[in-house]
Design a binder for this molecule. Structure first.
Ligand SMILES: [Zn+2]
Length: 238
């Protein structure tokens, strides 16, 4: 009597080859959502950074505007006081006005210095925002490409999986039902690898040294023998 394994070894090997590819294709497919999420997170982080830089620039520009307004107001006051100089009656009043004007002018020279300083800050912030804008544009552009690539990869894998699963169904259907069921159960648990050839009296999958009695049973082949450690179907390579 021929062993059920030897008799069906080609179909079993074919099934295992299919199951193994099904397993690796599923892994690749399952990984796509997290890759997609990472792409989105990277893009969002660049966007946030750009928004922060834009906000910082606006704040500096606002500070500049306030200082310029203050300077303008004080210049207006100086002009007004200058006009009053010709109308005052006493030296004392004249002196007081002049002192007030001098004090305003001193304030303004400080304000002008501050404004020059803020203008430098505006320039630097603009430059930084511009750089980030370019980075964001390039990340956005590659995001679209990478997302399209993932979508294509996903579609290809899904198509391939349907193909593989059909072929697998056909292959397993050719096995005796009992063997087919056992094979499928083990393949499901063992990442698509349900078979283990005996190699130097050991299971080639988990390297368990096999008992002589087990080896005899595999050789006799009147029933299916599975590894006592990893549960894979044991057979001798022809
Ligand atoms: Zn084993």
């Amino acid at each position: 009597m021929t062993s059920p394994i030897t008799q069906n070894i080609d179909i079993l090997k074919k099934s295992q080859q299919l199951d193994s590819e099904i397993y690796s294709s599923r892994l690749l497919l399952e990984d796509i959502p997290s890759q997609r999420m990472k792409l989105k997170a990277d893009l969002a982080s660049e966007k946030t950074h750009l928004e922060e830089l834009d906000k910082a620039l606006k704040e500096i520009q606002m500070r500049l505007k306030t200082k310029e307004l203050e300077l303008g107001q004080k210049e207006g006051q100086i002009k007004k006081l200058d006009g009053q100089l010709s109308q005052v009656k006493t030296n004392k009043e004249y002196g007081a006005l002049q002192q007030e004007i001098a004090s305003l002018k001193a304030d303004n020279s400080l304000l002008e210095e501050e404004i020059i300083h803020i203008l430098d800050e505006v320039e630097a912030a603009k430059e930084e925002a511009q750089k980030e804008k370019e980075i964001f544009a390039s990340v956005s552009k590659s995001f679209q490409g990478k997302e399209d690539e993932l979508a294509t990869q996903e579609k290809t894998l899904q198509g391939r999986l349907v193909e593989l699963e059909n072929q697998r169904k056909e292959a397993v259907a050719q096995l005796p039902p009992e063997l087919g069921d056992l094979y499928s159960r083990i393949a499901l648990k063992k990442q698509g690898l349900a078979l283990a050839p005996v190699n130097a009296e050991a299971c080639s999958a988990c390297h368990l040294q096999l008992r002589p009695q087990l080896i005899n049973e595999i050789r006799l082949g009147d029933h299916i023998v599975v590894c006592e450690n990893c549960s894979r179907i044991l057979y001798f390579e022809a």
